[in-house]
Design a protein around this ligand. Structure first.
Ligand SMILES: C=CC1=C(C)c2cc3[nH]c(cc4nc(cc5[nH]c(cc1n2)c(C)c5CCC(=O)O)C(CCC(=O)O)=C4C)c(C)c3C=C
Ligand SMILES: [Fe+2]
Ligand SMILES: [Fe+2]
Length: 353
């Protein structure tokens, strides 16, 4: 007999109550700030056709012939600047968020039972996490990608990983996936009150720059809603903070490669602001749920240096929501709303006969 194509769950107790679980999914991060670890990480990440939309054969040549020979060492140096005793900030921050959300949701009797964390690239994988939750009795799964704005390159790729896993499961759980939460009032309130709390302790800079991760302009032209969702988040946050168009700007960071990405670019913007005479610039990155390389190194170090070299005085990075109280409250509310209609009534029909 050939081995079955489908993953079964021998060993699962079939008469447990049907439990709901939430799977938080973040991007993933290298295991160490070293070139070999970066080569593994970037090799998986940049082979994803959702991330790089090029003819496959051409991209494979470029990826293995050029990118994976040069970028790992360069990226490793950047990661070394932000690496902590506990590990990569993205991993540590995402784990703290998952643990804190689990505690927060336990206080709600109707809330989901289990919170788990997966990484889209690297470990724990989406597949391993879903299989583990199933073993623990989760029959109703809410997937929450930790990306407030939908992009095919981020959220879309998480959906691919969930779909690929489901295709292999003998008995997949019921499924819901949060597509985005870019305009969720609770999320906007969380962003605004965390920025206001930060300003209350330190005073306000002359301008607030909201920097989002970029994607190729080509993807937006082909229908990706990411640019529009970033603008909506920014406008709602601007209104809630009571700032005018002189006081708040939007830009896009982290461009890779030569084709045009979403504009204005963050590095060009901070240089231009300095040249225009701005001395105190505050930067927040509302697209990142948890601080990571792109905020702690690219904004708080690289772009701060660009700003100062161009004549600015101080660039202050306002931290992401991370596992702060604002994030816990807004994500818990979001999860509870998305799990409504999944009451704890169902028992497996094992009790029928
Ligand atoms: C080359 C294409 C890339 C696209 C498209 C892209 C979209 C995208 N990325 C994030 C979130 C994160 N990206 C992070 C790092 C990172 N991103 C790319 C490339 C693309 N991203 C690379 C090559 C890297 C690795 C670092 C480097 O070598 O420069 C991170 C941080 C990870 C960490 O370990 O800290 C996040 C988070 C989003 C939300 C997004 C689309 C909207
Ligand atoms: Fe990225
Ligand atoms: Fe970057």
């Amino acid at each position: 007999m050939p081995r079955s194509h489908y993953t079964g769950l021998a060993g699962q107790s079939y008469d447990q109550p049907a439990q709901a679980g939430v799977l938080l999914v973040n991007l993933g991060t290298p295991d160490a700030p070293t070139a070999p670890a970066l080569r593994r990480y970037l090799g998986e990440f940049l082979a994803d056709p959702r991330v790089i939309e090029y003819p496959r054969w051409l991209w494979r040549l470029i990826l293995h012939g050029v990118i994976l020979r040069i970028r790992p060492a360069r990226s490793a140096r950047a990661y070394a600047h932000i690496w902590t005793a506990e590990g990569s900030p993205l991993r540590v921050g995402s784990e703290k968020l998952a643990t804190a959300l689990q505690t927060e949701l336990r206080r709600h009797p109707s809330g989901p039972v289990r919170v788990a964390l997966a990484m889209r690239y690297g470990a724990p994988s989406v597949r391993a996490s879903i299989e583990q939750m199933q073993r623990e009795g989760v029959r109703r799964l809410l997937v929450l990608p930790l990306y407030p704005q939908y992009s095919g390159t981020s959220t879309g790729s998480v959906i691919d990983a969930v779909a690929a896993t489901f295709k292999q499961l003998r008995w997949p759980p019921e499924l819901r996936i949060v597509n985005d939460y870019h305009d969720d009032p609770g999320h906007i309130e969380a962003l605004a009150s965390s920025i206001e709390r930060w300003w209350a302790a330190r005073g306000r800079g002359e301008k607030l720059l909201l920097s989002f991760h970029g994607i190729p302009q080509r993807y937006v032209d082909a229908g990706d809603p990411y640019f529009r969702q970033c603008q909506v988040t920014a406008r709602k946050l601007q209104a809630r903070l009571g700032l005018d168009d002189e006081q708040l700007m939007v830009s896009f960071q982290s461009r890779v490669g030569r084709e045009p990405w979403l504009q204005p670019y963050t590095d060009a913007t901070v240089r231009q602001l300095a040249a225009d005479g701005v001395k105190q610039l505050d930067v927040a990155c509302p697209g990142f749920a948890v601080d990571c390389l792109e905020t702690l190194e690219e904004i708080a170090m690289q772009n701060r240096d660009f700003f100062i070299a161009a004549g600015g005085e101080t660039l202050r990075y306002i931290p992401a929501l991370n596992h702060g109280e604002e994030q816990l409250a807004s994500l818990a509310a979001l999860i509870l709303r998305h799990t409504q209609g999944w009451p704890e009534f169902a028992r497996h029909p094992a009790s029928v006969g």
